[in-house]
Design a protein around this ligand. Structure first.
Ligand code: CO
Length: 293
């Protein structure tokens, strides 16, 4: 289960071509009056706890940019399909953008609620690029994910330091679980660990599907004779990976593996999007595209 892959939204490409026809048909070259909108794009989660995070982000974006309509889209095809069976119909980014075109938005800031500019983010960039090529909007611009610039890196380090459990002692470890990816942006995780350790040498960053893996983190902790570790998801929501791969009772979970290695584990089931310290970074990033409109 540890190597579980997130799904790729292959069907999305088909949808873009389909929607191209729809959007073009609505054009007729008429001049539209300026209408600015924000599209928030998350990976999605079928967990109810994730809803709290999404509502928090929604509220904070609306506070920061009042009077700008906000729409939502979810990149995960699997999650959209799962929720559709429960009667909750969620839009893909392509469908959401097509609908916004239909609602006569002229300028759209697309905000990625992803953690790094990895595979999901670049799929989204392709979709936004397709809408640019189509010319349906005057401007459609994709904002940065959580970790993009060096300034983001520093803010994320501070956000992590500010949100680690208060009861944690300095000789105890904090192990962040990132998702990890085959995408070149995977290097962000090791870069983050380096910069975290400059401030607090007992904070580690591992990933489920990339580098650094748990083996490396475990040996680093054993070398430091660490006896106790707080396991914290470094993902926007504490979803399936956090509940099972990190904190689950199965023998291949991080909790089980580290416990067996003699490290006492305290899992913390809260995603980054539940904390304002992280949400503020995403919210500020929406201002990037908006400043160009
Ligand atoms: Co995954």
């Amino acid at each position: 289960m540890l190597q579980r892959r997130c799904c790729r939204v292959l069907a999305a490409l088909m949808m873009v071509f389909f929607m191209t026809t729809v959007v073009m048909a609505g054009g007729h070259g008429e001049k539209l009056s300026k209408k600015v909108g924000i599209l928030l794009v998350a990976f999605g989660s079928s967990e109810d706890s994730a809803q709290v995070s999404f509502e928090n982000i929604d509220r904070k974006v609306k506070q920061a940019y009042p009077d700008i309509p906000v729409r939502w889209a979810y990149t995960s095809h699997i999650i959209r399909k799962k929720l559709a069976k429960e009667g909750r119909i969620l839009d893909s980014p392509e469908v959401a953008l097509a609908k916004m075109r239909d609602e006569r938005f002229t300028h759209v800031a697309v905000a990625s609620l992803h953690t790094i500019g990895g595979a999901e983010y670049h799929d989204l960039r392709r979709s936004v690029g397709a809408f640019k090529v189509m010319g349906g909007f005057e401007h459609v611009i994709l904002a940065y994910p959580l970790l993009a610039t060096q300034e983001d890196m520093e803010r994320v380090v501070d956000a992590i330091l500010a949100t680690i459990p208060k009861e944690r002692q300095k000789d105890e470890a904090v192990v962040l679980m990132g998702h990890g990816t085959h995408h070149p942006s995977n290097a962000f995780y090791a870069a983050l660990m380096f910069q975290l350790q400059l401030k607090d040498p007992n904070i580690f960053v591992g990933t489920v599907e990339g580098y650094p893996g748990l083996d490396l983190i475990q040996s680093m902790m054993l070398e430091k004779k660490i006896k106790k570790a707080f396991l914290v998801p470094f993902m926007s929501v504490a979803g399936d990976h956090a509940k099972n791969d990190m904190a689950g009772d199965e023998e291949d979970s991080w909790k089980s593996i580290l416990t067996k290695a003699g490290i006492d584990c305290v899992p913390v089931l809260k995603g980054t999007a539940e904390f304002d310290e992280f949400v503020d970074i995403w919210v500020d990033h929406v201002g990037g595209p908006l400043s160009h409109f």
